[in-house]
Design a protein around this ligand. Structure first.
Ligand SMILES: *[C@@H]1O[C@H](CO)[C@@H](O)[C@H](O)[C@H]1NC(C)=O
Ligand SMILES: *[C@@H]1O[C@H](CO)[C@@H](O)[C@H](O)[C@H]1NC(C)=O
Ligand SMILES: *[C@@H]1O[C@H](CO)[C@@H](O)[C@H](O)[C@H]1NC(C)=O
Ligand SMILES: *[C@@H]1O[C@H](CO)[C@@H](O)[C@H](O)[C@H]1NC(C)=O
Length: 160
């Protein structure tokens, strides 16, 4: 009986709310992508960490306080602006489905190569997509046409 009560209390106070669950999903997706980059020790991305010295456990703000990451009041990542940050790698290991609330993605002026993944279609709320000034190559995926909220798309100066 007491055990059951404790279990229920545990469930009530310890189960993550949906918003924070999606927040941590986004945090892990960003960490996985960072780990796939060639220069993962890029000082620009130093704040992208769940290291106790970087995380505020009182408020558990990751990834909303990370460099280039902007969240709404619900803690959903709505904007990623990591332009001009010497990112070197591909987008293959970025889990787009973890960023369904994203409206702006700005990765211009980095050294990102490879194709634009078809999974970009998961960013259905995207309004601005800036990928110019990188080394993207291959075809522009038709899936970009599924981003019906898109207003600005910039892909120029990509020398793949
Ligand atoms: C990206 O993910 C794939 C598995 O989907 C893995 O095989 C590959 O090594 C990863 N690339 C990098 C650079 O981590
Ligand atoms: C964590 O956030 C709370 C509330 O914003 C703040 O009062 C506290 O100083 C922060 N702690 C650290 C270590 O940054
Ligand atoms: C991203 O940041 C750069 C530099 O601060 C700024 O010029 C640019 O407008 C930002 N992009 C978006 C989509 O907010
Ligand atoms: C990115 O990595 C590739 C492969 O290691 C390297 O040739 C290139 O110079 C790097 N770009 C930058 C801007 O560091």
């Amino acid at each position: 009986m007491l055990q059951n009560l404790l279990f229920i209390l545990f469930k009530l106070f310890c189960s993550p709310l949906p918003a924070s669950a999606s927040k941590s999903e986004a945090a892990y997706a960003l960490l996985k992508w960072k780990a796939s980059l060639i220069n993962q020790n890029n000082p620009m991305l130093a704040s992208w960490s769940l290291d106790p010295t970087h995380i505020n456990r009182t408020t558990s703000t990751a990834p909303c306080t990370w460099y280039g990451v902007h969240c709404n009041d619900q803690g959903d990542v709505v904007k990623l602006n990591i332009s001009t940050s010497r990112l070197n790698g591909t987008l293959q290991n970025l889990t787009f489905s973890s960023f369904v609330s994203l409206t702006r993605l700005d990765l211009r002026l980095n050294d990102i190569s490879g194709p634009i993944p078809v999974k970009i279609r998961y960013l259905s709320k995207l309004v601005f997509l800036h990928l110019s000034g990188n080394r993207f190559s291959g075809k522009i995926p038709l899936e970009i046409g599924m981003l019906t909220n898109l207003e600005t798309l910039s892909l120029h100066k990509n020398i793949g």
